[in-house]
Design a protein around this ligand. Structure first.
Ligand SMILES: Cc1ncc(COP(=O)(O)O)c(C=O)c1O
Length: 395
């Protein structure tokens, strides 16, 4: 490996939300414990990003800055080479994040009281974007069988026939269950989307984080008709661990949708991104692809370690291998603990700081989401703590 995925980073006191949350949950956390919750990575940045940003700051003025043609070309190149997704530069709309972008889309393309369809368990801000803007959450839960999740097409068809439920907020790859939707699955969904005249909000922020052997299909590449009715939410933030840059690329082919989306952003005076955000995106897309490939190998190694740990030591706890993202969805229901007890057990007994399954929806209760983007040694230590705690629990 060319890059360093082994050095531990200590983010205490750096304003990291994940670390702050850990100390809020437990003041006297033992030395060396690293939280495995919020989806950012505990890795050092690639040298290309550090030196590229330094050089940029030395040679530019950080005044009000918009996207350059070069920046847009880098984004278009990335979409083409990594995803076989051919875009025009003017389809790119920048926002300070994917979350504010889907909030904006829901506000603009639905009215108060309208339903927005989601597929739970799902990334918790999906609920907020709907609820906090006085829209209705219309859940089309994923179907779980032996740890494998699939889409309930019949229910989606039924729900989206209703004239009030004309927006689908979709997660692809799916956080937290780690599915990378197959082309056939997207095609089946696309058929219903078109038939029932649904607007597709496709959150593909994890699209670069695909485990070996799987392939991500950008939903709007299914066909032209789908492309015209889709907003695709992308960002370099998960892939390259630059969420703190506040930068995302929202791809909107349909000009009418795009103009409305932009006008809605302007109406709340939303800041697109920052001068440094554009540059960071350009640098990682142009120069850091190998870092990403190596990072995926590390994540794949870590998910196998986790899977193996439960297989060998606690067979009734299931940690199926993921297809994408760097978040593993682990089923602790066999412990028979309610959600409060499970959370307390993880924090107090195992000193594990995870994302609790229930925050992703009621059907997430009894699950925990592990963030795999840590040096292997950090995960090994976490699993040793868990091993001891589970053995104490058995007695
Ligand atoms: C599905 C999904 N969408 C969006 C985000 C965050 O987007 P942003 O930080 O760009 O607002 C995350 C972060 O984990 C996510 O998992």
């Amino acid at each position: 490996m060319k890059y360093d995925f082994k050095t531990r980073v200590n983010r205490k006191g750096q304003g990291s939300l994940k670390w702050k949350d850990m100390y809020e949950k437990k003041r006297d956390v033992s030395d060396g414990v690293v939280p495995l919750s919020v989806a950012d990575m505990e890795f050092k940045h690639p040298e290309e990003l550090i030196s590229g940003l330094k050089e940029h700051i030395e040679n530019t003025v950080l005044g009000y800055t918009g996207p350059t043609d070069e920046f847009k070309q880098s984004v278009a190149n990335w979409m083409q080479k990594r995803h076989n997704f051919k875009i025009e530069k003017d389809w790119i709309v920048n926002t300070s994040g994917v979350v504010p972008a889907f909030f904006n889309a829901i506000r603009e393309f639905t009215k108060e009281g309208d339903g927005v369809i989601i597929m739970s368990p799902v990334y918790y801000p999906f609920y907020n974007a709907i609820k906090l803007q006085n829209r209705e959450i219309v859940d089309c839960p994923l179907v779980e069988k032996d740890g494998y999740y699939t889409i309930n097409y019949e229910l989606f068809d039924e729900l989206s026939k209703n004239s009030k439920n004309k927006v689908l907020l979709f997660c692809s790859p799916h956080n937290p269950v780690g599915r990378v939707w197959k082309r056939e699955e997207l095609e089946k969904l696309a058929y219903i989307i078109k038939k029932n005249d649904v607007l597709l909000l496709s959150d593909e922020i994890h699209f670069d984080l695909i485990m070996p052997g799987y392939e991500h299909t950008v939903f709007q590449t299914i066909d032209e008709e789908i492309a015209e009715r889709t907003i695709t939410f992308t960002a370099p933030s998960k892939s390259f661990n630059i969420a703190g840059m506040g930068m995302s690329n929202i791809i909107i082919k349909n000009k009418e949708l795009r103009d409305k989306f932009i006008k809605a952003l302007e109406s709340i005076s939303a800041i697109p991104t920052t001068a440094v955000g554009y540059k960071a995106c350009q640098i990682v897309y142009d120069k850091c692809e190998q870092w990403l490939d190596e990072c995926i190998d590390v994540i794949d190694g870590n998910q196998r370690l986790l899977n193996d740990f439960f297989e060998k030591r606690f067979k009734n706890i299931k940690a199926p291998l993921i297809e994408g993202t760097y978040l593993q969805w682990v089923d602790f229901r066999a412990l028979g603990l309610d959600k409060e007890k499970l959370e307390k057990f993880m924090i107090e007994e195992a000193e594990l700081f995870l994302d609790e399954g229930y925050i992703f929806g009621e059907n997430g209760e009894g699950f925990e989401r592990f963030n795999l983007a840590v040096p292997k040694e950090v995960l090994e230590e976490a699993l040793e703590r868990l091993d001891k705690a589970l053995n104490r629990l058995k007695k």
